[in-house]
Every structure is written in structure tokens, then in C-alpha cells.
Design a protein around this ligand. Structure first.
Ligand code: BGC
Length: 318
């Protein structure tokens, strides 16, 4: 049997066909076009599912089920996205909608995107073999997944584990969820781009300006890190501030859960040790009772990289 994992992101819909071991046999992506009507987004999702099955030469009879990892509060029991801030969805029956567009009847499962990624990392990635694993994904939004005793924890109504909406700054930056000061507004890739643009606006003649070729809109989540690596002071200031905010949220979470592994995923993690080393130092030093503890939470970059969402989605129906 094969399983289709769909990772619905703010920027792209990434879909993979996975085998029994949840290795990806074939994957591809299409832009989400998050501003569009949701039905149109799901039509493109179904189109890519059909296309991938055709390209692999597998028959629809060999597909066990389809899993969707979607941002926001999801109700897995009814296959409904209840609320999503980054792709506007409200009580949207995503599973029925996708199922109706597939050429053969298939069970479609649903989970929050970061929960799915956490499940994947806890089962076959950076947290494999560990019971208590927390994962955050640093992308358009900041997603959180909590695995306790090997199982996902999302509260009595599935709305929990929204780690990105922990408020870390009183009256802070506005978040797409409507609140102010959410961790997501600072430590998502979007937050990093915002900080980069703010720094560009206040300092001229920096390496960062060369990198964006004089156009502030060209700033990406890599701009500040790349500039800092070349010794640019403004870039370094952005990177330091970003890492400090990221560490702040992580310290709060470590103090509450003390997970065995704290896994970080999403595009920003492409910075590797340049991100991981200073981040780990701050989290290790500033957590409650730091000096008293020899064994601390292991902070690791997601092993499954950008495939964690797809693999997690393909695992949901297990
Ligand atoms: C949403 C989460 C989601 C995360 C990553 C956040 O803004 O609230 O549900 O997991 O973005 O997509």
C-alpha cells in the first residue's frame, strides 16, 4: 500500500506519495495562492494528488488513504478546519471536499500541520525513540506540536499546542490571528523578514542593502543571516535579535514541559549550526534551574527537513 501526504502551507501545497515505511516515492508542490477562495486551493490540491499518482504509475486501489496536514485549529474527527489565520478558513470541511475531487473513494484524514510534523519527527526523525518531543516549525507561521508519552497532545478540543500564539511581548507586534505580541510575529520566517526590513529602513550602506539590490521588498528570511556571515553589523543585529526572541519562547516551553527532544523545523533551520549553536546556548543557560541540571532538553534541527509535514500527514491514519 501507498499513502498520500498533503502539507498545506501558507506558500506551497507540498504533496508526496509514501510507501509503507513512509519513504517518499515521489513528491511535488504547487503554490497555495492563499488569497484565493478555499475551494480553488483544494481543487489544485486534488489536481496534484491525481497527477502524482499518475506519474508514479501506481493505481488508486494501491492508495491506502490520504492525510492532510493543515494550519490552524482542525477537528480531525470530522475532517474540518475550524479556524486558520494564515489561509482564511472557517469551519471548512476540507476532507470531504478533497475526497469528492479524487477519482476513487478514499478516506481522507486531517491533522494540524505542526502536529503532523511533530508526529513524523517523533516517530522517524530527530525524536525517534523518545516519548516526549516538542516541535516548532518556522515558516509563514510558527507552528507547534507536542508529543507526550508518544502521543500528540492538543487539548480537549484539538485547539491546543498553538505554541506560536504564546504571547511573548506585552502589546507587541500585531499577529495575523488578531492578537498582539504573539511569538509567531517575531520568530516565524515572516517575523524574521519583518525585522530585516525594519533594520534595512533604519540603516543605509550595509551589506544587507547590497543583498536586496536596493529594493527592500527583496528581503528574505536569508538576507540577515547571509549578511551577518559576511561580517555585516546590521545583519548580525537582526540575527541576534531573532535568535533571542526564538530562545525566549523556547525557554518558556522548556520550563513547562522539559521535553527530551525539542525539534525545530521549517526553512529558517537551513541556517544549521549558525542558528542552532547560539540558540542552544541561550536556552541552556536561561532556563529555570539551569545550573542545577546536567541533563538538559536536546535541541535538534528537524531531520526530515521540509518533508516532515508530508510524512506526518501520511502517518495520520495509522
Ligand atoms: C497557526 C498554526 C500552524 C502554524 C504553521 C500558525 O499561525 O496558528 O495552527 O500550525 O501557523 O502553519
Amino acid at each position: 500500500m501507498y499513502y498520500i501526504g498533503v502539507d498545506l502551507g501558507g506558500t506551497n501545497i507540498a504533496i508526496g506519495i509514501c510507501d509503507e515505511e513512509r519513504h517518499i516515492v515521489l513528491k511535488d508542490k504547487v503554490p497555495t495562492g492563499a488569497h484565493r477562495e478555499t475551494d480553488r486551493i483544494i481543487e489544485d490540491m486534488a489536481g496534484l494528488c491525481r497527477d502524482l499518482v499518475e506519474r508514479t504509475g501506481i493505481s488508486w486501489d494501491e492508495i491506502g488513504y490520504v492525510g492532510i496536514a493543515a494550519p490552524g485549529t482542525v477537528d480531525p474527527a470530522h475532517g474540518v478546519v475550524m479556524y486558520c489565520n494564515n489561509i482564511k478558513m472557517f469551519h471548512y470541511p476540507i476532507c470531504d471536499k478533497l475526497a469528492s475531487l479524487l477519482p476513487a473513494p478514499k478516506k481522507v484524514y486531517l491533522e494540524n500541520d505542526a502536529n503532523a510534523a511533530a508526529l513524523a519527527e517523533a516517530k522517524v526523525g530527530a525524536g525517534a525513540g523518545k516519548d516526549d518531543v516538542i516541535m516548532i516549525t518556522l515558516g509563514t507561521g510558527l507552528g507547534g506540536g507536542i508529543v507526550i508519552d508518544g502521543k500528540l497532545y492538543s487539548g480537549f478540543n484539538y485547539a491546543g499546542a498553538e505554541l506560536g500564539h504564546m504571547i511573548i511581548e506585552h502589546n507587541g507586534k500585531h499577529c495575523t490571528c488578531g492578537n498582539d505580541g504573539c511569538w509567531e510575529a517575531y520568530s516565524s520566517a515572516t517575523g524574521l523578514i519583518r525585522m530585516t526590513k525594519e533594520k534595512l529602513a533604519e540603516t543605509k550602506d550595509t551589506v544587507m542593502w547590497d543583498m536586496v539590490e536596493g529594493d527592500i521588498e527583496k528581503a528574505s528570511a536569508r538576507t540577515a543571516f547571509n549578511a551577518a556571515k559576511q561580517g555585516d553589523r546590521a545583519g548580525k543585529e537582526v540575527v541576534d535579535m531573532y535568535i533571542d526572541y526564538l530562545a525566549t519562547g523556547m525557554i518558556n516551553i522548556v520550563n513547562i514541559f522539559q521535553p527530551e527532544v525539542f525539534c525545530i523545523g521549517g526553512g529558517v533551520c537551513g541556517e544549521g549550526d549558525y542558528l542552532l549553536k547560539p540558540l542552544t546556548k541561550i536556552v541552556d543557560e536561561r532556563q529555570y534551574g539551569a545550573a542545577s541540571r546536567e541533563i538538559k532538553t536536546a535541541i535538534r534541527i528537524a531531520e526530515l527537513g521540509n518533508d516532515a509535514g508530508i510524512i506526518g500527514a501520511a502517518l495520520i491514519g495509522e
